[in-house]
Structures are given as structure tokens and as C-alpha cells.
Design a protein around this ligand. Structure first.
Ligand code: MN
Length: 195
């Protein structure tokens, strides 16, 4: 059977500081993300899912298998969406143009995405997605993933408390505000161009 592995982080464990500390990485990546991988491997053994790709499992499963598969997918996508902090970090090229066309301006997009992330009740994710060149911001609770709705994910922020609590405690809006400095817009643009 297939055994899913925790993908390597695309940077050092302190690269996202001070927005995401190495201590948060030690728990969020090394413990939480790893646990979703372990749970998934245990749950699919001997089932119809054991030789399927992660994306197939996300699309075809529900319940505990879905929760763990989607959390593996979501976290890998999240880590790949980030980079070391940069001042005045903004999208360029095709994705910048699409954001302006869909939201009016980058600032208006940031405001709408930040609001979606801040107002998501409980645990979950805010996403920027695309379908037929139309960009959309959506909220998903728990392990929710836009692939289930036929949307292509471009960017996400994890707003489960485990994503920011060690660094920001209850101040989710402050974490969201600082998140903008670590978005890897080059990666987001690659995803947009492939969509
Ligand atoms: Mn998480």
C-alpha cells in the first residue's frame, strides 16, 4: 500500500520568524501535520483508498478519512504558500492583474481576505480560489477544502488556534495582519497560471 509521508518544509524552521516562530513550526508542522499523515495512513490501510492519490482521497472520502487527508493536503499547500518575511510584500504579474480585476485593488482584496480569516468561527481556513478566471474568497471550517466545490485553491491561511497561539495567543487579527509579509506571491502566481 501507499504510505504518505510528511513533505519537507521548503525553508528552514526559523525562516518565517517572527510571524511563525520555529517553536510554532515544531508543533504545527512536526506534530500536528505529522499526526494527520499518521492518522491517514492508519485509516486507509485495507480500504478502497489505500492506493489512491491524496487528491483523490480528498475528493472521494468523507468523515475521518476526509478530515485527515484534507488536513494533510491543506497543510502542505499552506507551507508552500509561505516564505521569509518581506517588507511591502505584494503580488506582481498575472496574479496582481487578476486580483485588481476581481477585487478592485490589492488593498481591497487584502481587506476582504483578512475579514474572511478573522471572522471564521472556530477552526478552519480562509482561501483564495479561482474557477474560469474568476477569483473568490471562501471560508472553510475544520478540514474543509475548496477542491470539493470544484474550485482551484491559490492561497490559504490556517486560522486554527494551533497555527498562531504560541506567537499571538488570542490575537488572530494581528497574526492575519502580519501574514501578508510572508505570502509567497510567486507561488500563488504559478498556481494561477496553471489553473
Ligand atoms: Mn494547522
Amino acid at each position: 500500500m501507499k504510505n504518505f509521508k510528511l513533505p519537507e518544509l521548503p525553508y528552514a524552521d526559523n525562516a518565517l520568524e517572527p510571524v511563525i516562530s520555529s517553536r510554532t513550526i515544531a508543533f504545527h508542522y512536526s506534530k500536528h501535520h505529522q499526526t494527520y499523515v499518521n492518522n491517514l495512513n492508519n485509516l486507509i490501510e485495507g480500504t478502497e483508498f489505500e492506493n489512491k492519490s491524496l487528491e483523490e482521497i480528498v475528493l472521494e472520502s468523507d468523515g475521518g478519512v476526509f478530515n485527515n487527508a484534507a488536513q494533510v493536503w491543506n497543510h502542505t499547500f499552506y507551507w508552500e504558500s509561505l516564505k521569509a518575511p518581506q517588507n511591502d510584500n505584494k503580488p506582481t504579474g498575472a496574479i496582481a492583474k487578476a486580483i485588481e480585476e476581481n477585487f478592485g485593488s490589492f488593498d481591497q482584496f487584502k481587506e476582504a481576505f483578512s475579514k474572511a480569516a478573522a471572522t471564521l468561527f472556530g477552526s478552519g481556513w480562509a482561501w483564495l480560489t479561482v474557477k474560469d478566471n474568476k477569483l473568490e474568497i471562501i471560508q472553510e471550517s475544520n478540514a474543509g477544502n475548496p477542491l470539493k466545490k470544484g474550485l482551484t485553491p491559490l492561497l490559504t491561511i490556517d486560522v486554527w488556534e494551533h497555527a498562531y497561539y504560541l506567537d499571538y495567543q488570542n490575537r488572530r487579527p494581528d497574526h492575519i495582519n502580519d501574514f501578508w509579509s510572508i505570502v509567497n506571491w510567486e507561488k500563488v502566481e504559478q498556481r494561477f497560471l496553471k489553473a
